[in-house]
Structure formats: C-alpha cells, structure tokens
Ligand binder design. Sequence first.
Ligand SMILES: [Cu+2]
Length: 191
Amino acid sequence: MRRWPSLLASAVIAGAMALGTAGPALAHNVLIGSDPANGSSVDAGPRQLTLTFDQPVQGGEDINTVTVIGPDGSHWEAASAPTIKDNVVTAQVRPLGPAAEYTVGYRILSADGHPVTGSVKFTLTTAGTGTPAPESEIRATGSAASGSASNSPDGGSGMPIWPWIVAAVVLLGGGVFLALRGGGGKEDGRA
Ligand SMILES: [Cu+2]
C-alpha cells in the first residue's frame, strides 16, 4: 500500500531531473534575422552585414567569426573581427566583385556557452569592382568557421540527449529499488 506514493515520487523526481538538465541544451541561440536577409538579392554589395539572434551572443573575438564566401571559395569578409552588441553581430564586408551568390557563414558563442554555426545566402545582381581578400588577410578562425558552417546548416552543435535519458532510467530504477526495499521493511516491522 505504502510503496506506491514513494514509487510515484521517485518517478516524478527522476523525470524532473531529466527535463531540468536537458532543457539548457535546447536553448541555443537561434538566428531570427539578417541584413541582407537570407535568400535576398541586392544590386550593390553591402559594406556591413548584421545577424540577429533570439538571445544575447557572448563576447570573444576568437570564437565569434563571420565569413562571406563568393564564387570559387573566395573570401569577402573584412579583416576586422565582427562586433557584438547584445543579440546582434555586425561584420564588415569588402566591396564585392562578381554578380553571384554569396554565403555568410557564422560561428558564434551561444548564451549558454556553446558555439552555434549556420549560414545565410544572398545574391549580388550587379557586379561590383571589389577583389577578394588576399590569403594573408583571411583570419585562420574565419576559414575554419566557413567549413563548419557549411557542414551544419541546421545551426545545431550536436549535443546528444541520450546520456540524460540513461541517467533518468538509472535514477528511476534506483528509486524503484529503494521504494520497494523501504516499503517492504516497514511492512515487516509492522507485522
Ligand atoms: Cu548548449
């Protein structure tokens, strides 16, 4: 009779713990807007671009990188690091060249401390007079960011949830064991 309330309590506690610890993993920054907008066309190259997220981006020049990749993998981001103000990342762009599709790749530090990558694309409809960044001006981290950005279009950083499920099952199992053991002991005592 007595064991059911404690069994239920164990299950509720284990479930709450699993939810509580898994929650932050799902709260990564999400890109909610950009200028130029994803999929848009512009007739002149923007001198700067902005990426707006749903929550503040953490500072740190080494981890927050923005790349602008044009035809044949050419780089068009300025040499300076992007600036962060709350939810908005602003990056300077070189004058663009060929009329083509350009991909803006980003790697930013999420509010929960994890890196988030993704990309947006825009099309330059009228060729500009700019030239791509020379190899010497391409930031090492910028090159790395463009690679990871193209690999994770969903913007996720791949944090598995299964360890939390395993932990919940173990906790639940332990709770059941203790509840059965404790309940049995009390019954023996009263009898
Ligand atoms: Cu995270």
